[in-house]
Design a protein around this ligand. Structure first.
Ligand SMILES: Cc1ncc(COP(=O)(O)O)c(C=O)c1O
Length: 455
């Protein structure tokens, strides 16, 4: 497909304004191939992928070991389901994950995407409680958090702009403040954090009926809004609250697992043990679609109480053997190439370079993140912490930044689901050379953006 072919609107894009593609001169790049940390469009233009496609291409492009794993599995057994049957790649993958996920998270259920993983975790939580004789069916998540788009997951998603069109959604969803320390919603004295953000879960639990809440969904580092990291003690406090009220804690690690934070899971990175971890994206480095959930012994025990009990959920493709084989090869590659160690070594360096941008550019109000997962919040007045108006954000992000970043050959995300942010999530195999290239492009773009907004 060439860019011009987009104009006819045969192909519909996800979350993309039609004016960007169903138009005489589409601006959406048509990507044709990838090599290492770069992708190339239909005009042969090269882009440094600063977003790992969509937070998922952990080992970059052109990794022959993953291609070979898929081809070998396709030739051997292209498909078998996990519905009443089993197959070797899914068995081996579950075992490999059990060895790498924390604590007694030893049980794995595979699906095809992050939304499906979240949806499945919701059903698992409800079934867990009802099997124990407790009618818990409500969920709490955080403001602006993105947990997916299917109807259940959309209920957890705390972005009003994504929910409104489809309301009424499933009832029983509640949202509490996140850990935005730059613009704290719960304490005027923040920072330092007094954990009032964590305690807002407890207030919501009491308000909605502690005996009706099934689970809390939380990302270790919240993506939407721009990489809100957890303040010290926050995740432990959420764990304590969940235990106090018999609520399951679900760590939604669709982005954070598989090295994004320098560890196999975000739970390992921050030292807490949730009851369920949801994952997708990086599990195969995006070479195949795969998602899933891992859960602890006590959850599994309840769901296998007697010989007739089963998890009342499933899908045809969940745990597809080709995807499972690729995930196994991906894990092997991570270990062979030292991918986690690369993030542990270079993540702090990348953070320092981003803080250097803060020092040199008044338009950067805040730098947040960890590992290979960072955001720059852009502000109108740094002294006063004044953000851009909706109209100005539109001009800055859509009128200028998105276009200019692409022109300069950098794929990243200029987003305003909360305040305007530039989000960075490079492939985990990036060295300081590629990370430095990202910084150099941002240096130029931020200078130009400030001039543009002053004009
Ligand atoms: C934390 C989180 N949960 C769930 C999802 C949904 O995943 P998918 O797009 O694969 O459905 C995403 C997607 O970005 C996510 O970031």
């Amino acid at each position: 497909m060439t860019q011009a072919q987009l104009s006819d609107g045969n192909l519909w894009l996800h979350f993309t304004r039609s004016s960007d593609w169903i138009t005489e001169h589409p601006t959406v790049p048509v990507l044709q191939h990838g090599e290492g940390c770069y992708v190339y469009d239909s005009h042969g233009k090269r882009y440094l992928d600063g977003l790992s496609a969509l937070f998922c291409a952990q080992v970059g492009y052109g990794q022959q070991a993953l291609v070979d794993a898929a081809a070998t599995q396709m030739a051997k057994l292209p498909f078998a389901t996990n519905w009443s049957y089993a197959h070797q790649p899914a068995i081996d993958l579950a075992e490999a994950l059990a060895a790498r996920f924390p604590g007694d998270i030893d049980h794995f259920f595979f699906v095809n995407s992050g939304s499906e993983a979240v949806e499945s975790a919701m059903k698992l939580a409800i079934q867990y409680h009802r099997s124990r004789g407790e009618d818990r069916w409500k969920f709490i998540s955080r403001n602006y958090a993105y947990h997916g788009t299917s109807f259940g997951a959309l209920g957890l998603t705390g972005l009003p702009g994504l929910r409104k069109m489809f309301e009424p959604l499933r009832p029983g969803h509640f949202h509490v403040p996140n850990t935005n320390e730059y613009r704290c919603q719960t304490s005027q004295a923040c920072p330092p954090c007094d954990l009032s953000c964590a305690r807002s879960f407890e207030q919501q639990i009491i308000a909605e009926g502690a005996d009706q809440i099934a689970a809390i969904f939380i990302e270790p580092v919240q993506n939407a809004g721009g990489c809100f990291t957890p303040p010290p003690g926050y995740l432990e406090e959420v764990r304590r609250i969940c235990d106090k009220y018999g609520i399951l804690m679900v760590s939604d690690e669709v982005i954070c697992a598989f090295g994004r934070l320098g560890t196999w899971t975000g739970a390992e990175r921050y030292g807490y043990l949730p009851d369920i971890i949801t994952f997708a994206k990086g599990v195969t480095s995006a070479y195949q679609p795969l998602g899933g959930l891992g859960f602890r012994h006590h959850v599994a025990d309840v769901l296998q109480q007697d010989r007739t009990s089963m998890f009342l959920h499933g899908s045809t493709w969940g745990g597809h053997p080709v995807a499972a084989a690729v995930a196994l090869a991906n894990i092997e590659l991570f270990e062979k190439e030292g991918v986690l160690e690369n993030v542990q070594t270079n993540g702090p360096w990348f953070g320092e370079q981003l803080r250097g941008l803060y020092d040199r550019h008044e338009i950067v109000g805040d730098v947040r993140g960890t590992g290979y997962f960072w955001a720059l919040e852009l502000v109108k007045d740094r002294e006063q912490k004044i953000g851009f108006s909706d109209e100005e954000s539109e001009r800055l992000l859509r009128g200028f930044l998105s276009r200019r970043l692409l022109e300069l050959g950098l794929i990243c995300r200029a987003d305003d689901r909360d305040e305007p942010v530039i989000q960075l999530s490079p492939p985990l195999v990036d060295t300081q050379v590629e990370l430095g290239e990202i910084i150099a492009i941002l240096e130029q773009v931020l200078t130009e953006a400030a001039a543009e907004m002053a004009a």
